[in-house]
Design a protein around this ligand. Sequence first.
Ligand code: ADP
Ligand code: ZN
Ligand code: ZN
Length: 731
Amino acid sequence: MKVVEVLIEYANYSLDRPFSYCYKGNKTLDVGFRVLLKFNNRELVGYITKCYETDKSVEELEKEFGFSIDEVIDVIDSSALLSDDLLKLADEVADYYIAPKISVLQSMLPPSLSPRKSSLKAPKIAYDIYVKAVDNDESGLTDKQIELLRLISSADSVLKREIKQVSILKKLVEYGRVAEFKVEKRRLEIPDFEYIAPPELTNEQKGVIKEFNESDDKVYLLEGVTGSGKTEVYLTLSEQVLKEGKSVLMLVPEISLTPMMVEYYLRRFKGDVAILHSQLTPAEKYDEYRKIANGDCHIVVGARSAIFAPLKNIGLIILDEEHVESYKQDTVPFYHAREVAIMRGKMHKAKVILGSATPSLESRARAQKNIYHLLLLNNRVNNKELPQTTIVNLSDYRNIDRDSYIFSRRLRSEISGVLSRHEQAILLINRRGFSTSVSCRKCGHIFKCPTCDIALTYHKSDNMLKCHHCDYVMTMPEECPECGSKYIMKTGFGTEKIEEEVNRLFPEARTLRLDSDSAKIRTKIPAIIEEFRQKRADILIGTQMIAKGHDFPNVTLVGVVLADIGLSMPSYRSNERAFQLITQAVGRSGRKDKKGIAIIQTYMPNNYAITMSARQNYELFYRKEMEFRRLQSYPPYSYLASVTVAGKNEEHVIEGMVSLIEFLNHEFGDNGQILGPTIPYVPFEGNNYLRTALIKYKDQKLAREILKKAISLYSTKSQFHLSINIDPYNF
Ligand code: ADP
Ligand code: ZN
Ligand code: ZN
């Protein structure tokens, strides 16, 4: 009989320890296999962390352990899921993020292999069946059979389903002339891009590559203005690494938004590339994952979770647009791909490159202290000028007239200019939908999400009210549910309203809209981007999605319709976010031969995030923002952790939080500052009430000890559920 210790699929702190089971069957099982088992009368999936033979009986073991031991119901896998280095990485991630180990394993593995019950229904390997001739002896065959045998012999192998003469084929197989064999199918269809020879590198690009190659440092921050040719640097370095027989991990924030990067890699490296991101179907993910694990390709281009791709012998890890927040997972284990990349790089003795035009303050501060090696690209390729940028003050009445309260005179005249020159424009408004707040004119009732308690957004295209936090939707009511009044007021505007305004003012303009509403259909985003690149539209209207990484050669105008959105959010990162967004957006203008301009509309023309992004001056912004962070003791001058308590009973949640804060205050003393309890922006999660607190500290080791103590004290309480987020972003 075998005894196994397993982690249960529930990612709770209170269950974050091994449970013992026995196995009497005859399947192989070992560490790293998944098993089906009963836990508290529920069928669950467990992940084996320890496995050994025993001569003892169950009764003897139960006596020895002091608890009852159930039997494993079934063994799911026939080999271990994770290699030793990934297991080691999982431990390190769980330790850094103080996360239940199982949550890390679940983040690492694709749905079909994940240690959770739902994985059992997930897709398995798909095969194509081929036939090939194995014996060309034609004696005793009919003419029809000979004909088919000759046809099959003339090729190496033929897809079985392409042969129409099914019964003749069957006979040939029966007679041993033709054999069937199966080949694993790759369900992700990869377009066949033509190879394009690399361009002659600019002197700046060569300089950066030389500096990289001559240094023994491990982590690099490649800071290059928009259009400075960072991608070509990545490609060149990737090629070097492949030539050394090592592999490359290339991360981008969101593949559907940056299909260009995939295309660049496919053109340069063809079939050596696997792709991993959230838009793939579970079947596609599974195929790509196995392809990587089998060593069939040496480059992975992927989004956040691709940092866990089972690549062997990694020589280089690249995070493009390292400042983008989607690298941080916003559910347990709350990991950030940058930190994991650095951990993984260390294990493989691989170099790590973080690239951005607007690095996160944390990364730039580390570069300043020589923790990261700073590489600079100061000029656009071929010294193309940065776009000329104008800030339009919306509170100055001279800038606005009655023709439009959304587009200033200046922005309108620039749009007209673009249209008459047959160039293209991008309009950024970082809010989707039509109106951002809907209320009753008579009684003041505000339409809110019943689960999240935040204002619903009106979407005109389908006449619905939608919650932008959860997936709640309702059809737009005709009258107020409180007082029955028909006067319902819609205020604030988003992408839909902007599109309507453009269509009203410039009826001849062809428009496209790109926001996460467009992302509901899987292939829609790349389709819209491609349509715009092909110049089948004049104006692209969208949220931050359009600001990222795209290279549209014909765009000569970028209009930021309202730069202030986000700046009023109560977060220490709001300046940084606004600066990055506007800088990236402005950088989309004038990238090829034509000169570009940008117009930034704002009610806060003196805000330094806006003025510095207008000047594309990262350096000055960095210094000002660092001063602010220092005064407020925010990262990178301190570390942050947030603790959240969730539960069905609000009173218990509040009591729990107050007691937890007392504990933290006592333990941290002068070594930390605890802010809270606060009601989060979205105060509910499912049916649970939430309360959070934020901890600022400088000593990571001490904080980890205290938080672990807090877990052991508070996670076993049944009235609420505790979660911890290390380096949280939403504060
Ligand atoms: P970044 O990512 O730094 O914003 P890109 O990598 O998108 O910039 O490069 C901007 C443009 O310059 C792209 O169209 C790219 O193909 C082109 N480019 C890059 N390097 C070179 C080079 N050495 N010679 C000519 N064109 C280049
Ligand atoms: Zn009303
Ligand atoms: Zn909601």
